[in-house]
Design a binder for this molecule. Structure first.
Ligand code: R2B
Ligand code: URA
Length: 251
């Protein structure tokens, strides 16, 4: 899974190359008529877009969990390939998440159910994240880190930005917050990880989160690289996940 329809089409195409699966006639968006998300299938790989943020992603994820159950899929693995802001690492680096942290700095996904907030642990499969991290190669054009990922419910104030339409704290407040996250072991900030970790744990499905970082949040708020650079960087999580899937299918 990944945020955008375009990127998941690219991923499906990339996996067709890795697994040597012909896509004559082109890739078909299996959910074209629903319009909201896009889904492609290449051999045993399902590539689905999930939109922005936890409500969009968890709606899609629960549909996919049901689909996998109806299809009697044995031992599925779910990855989110995403984008994020890094903390103290070079822009363009990749982060393999070991856990998700919510906006209250808890390693849980909190959700109101029947009028009461319930908390679900958001630790990801340690062996899986370590294995994906181990597939980083010294000859890669980018560095790969293993660490915590904060999933915010907002792109601006929820991620301590100063460049949004609303801002009621200072640069020092922001840096104190980001430094605290960094000291807790957070390497990047995005908008889905704790919910994904919690739902996969509850479902008993293995999975992980692999995101490229578009900037170092300790250096600024604006995403400044060119569209071409960002598009290229978004292939980086695909490279690692492609290696993992290729290896896994050979076992
Ligand atoms: C990263 O990028 C998106 C926000 O621009 C969001 O889905 C995320 O987690
Ligand atoms: N996605 C986010 O949620 N935050 C960033 O800083 C970059 C991408």
């Amino acid at each position: 899974m990944g945020g955008t329809k375009y990127r998941m089409r690219e991923f499906a195409q990339y996996m067709a190359g890795v697994l040597n699966i012909p896509t004559d006639g082109g890739l078909k968006n299996l959910t074209k008529r629903s319009q909201r998300y896009a889904m492609y299938k290449v051999g045993p790989v399902l590539a689905v877009s999930h939109g922005i943020g936890i409500p969009s992603m968890t709606t899609l994820l629960q549909e996919v969990i049901k689909l996998l159950a109806y299809a009697k899929v044995a031992n599925p693995i779910v990855f989110r390939l995403g984008t994020s802001g890094g903390l103290g690492i070079p822009a363009g680096s990749v982060v393999v998440s070991s856990w998700g942290l919510n906006g209250n700095l808890e390693k849980t996904h909190n959700i109101p159910i029947l009028g009461k907030t319930r908390k679900f642990p958001s630790i990801l499969d340690t062996r899986l994240s370590q294995e994906v991290h181990s597939l980083a190669d010294p000859s890669d054009e980018f560095q790969t880190f293993l660490g915590g990922t904060m999933g915010a419910d907002d792109f601006y104030r929820g991620q301590g930005r100063l460049d949004g339409p609303f801002c009621d704290y200072t640069e020092q407040d922001k840096l104190a917050y980001l430094t605290k996250l960094s000291e807790m072991g957070v390497r990047n900030i995005e908008m889905e990880a704790p919910a994904l970790a919690a739902m996969l744990t509850e479902a008993g499905v293995r999975g992980g989160v692999v995101c490229v970082t578009f900037l170092d949040r300790l250096q600024g708020d604006q995403v400044t690289p060119s569209k071409a650079t960002l598009t290229d960087w978004q292939n980086r999580p695909m490279i690692l996940i492609g290696r993992y899937i290729e290896k896994y299918l050979k076992k």
